[in-house]
Design a protein around this ligand. Structure first.
Ligand SMILES: [Cu+2]
Length: 155
């Protein structure tokens, strides 16, 4: 009856490995399909330690072991429809794009908050944290750089 044990172990392994893979698939592929075509989905996670927004996925260990990459400048093209998926790796942050009168929206740890806008003019759009979250709070900012498609209007 050795083969039955082997089959049992295999079944457990398939569940253990398959489930996280399915979740990951659902989160990446499944979520993007909810948006209209040509939507640019940008994932931003706020990190209080060091004061930065990052496009890296924070999965716990890299919060402490490896400095996430600062999302200082994010390139967009004029005409992009943008959905920003906001996360917090630690404490309560908030997100705002003052020039577009977006936010501040609260970004609690453990939740995904979405903000959408149309990058219909070229120029720089500063985004920042609106919540005094840490001594390095003022560093929690960056820019969307919208590249012109030829029209002259800017923000
Ligand atoms: Cu802050």
């Amino acid at each position: 009856m050795k083969w039955k044990e082997t089959a049992g172990v295999l079944a457990v392994l398939i569940v253990l490995l398959g489930l996280p893979m399915m979740l990951k698939y659902w989160r990446t592929v499944g979520m993007i399909h909810r948006y209209p075509p040509n939507t640019k989905v940008i994932r931003l996670t706020a990190v209080a330690d060091g004061g930065l927004w990052t496009q890296d996925e924070i999965v716990g260990y890299n919060y402490w072991w490896r400095k996430p990459t600062r999302a200082g400048e994010i390139a967009l093209n004029q005409g992009d429809h943008v959905v920003v998926q906001l996360h917090s790796a630690d404490v309560l942050h908030s997100f705002a794009i003052p020039l577009l009168h977006i936010g501040p929206v609260e970004v609690p740890a453990g939740h995904t908050v979405e903000v959408a806008f149309d990058a219909n003019r070229p120029g720089d759009l500063t985004f920042l944290c609106w919540q005094v979250c840490s001594p390095e709070h003022s560093k929690l900012q960056g820019d969307f750089i919208v590249k012109s498609n030829g029209s002259e209007d800017s923000w």
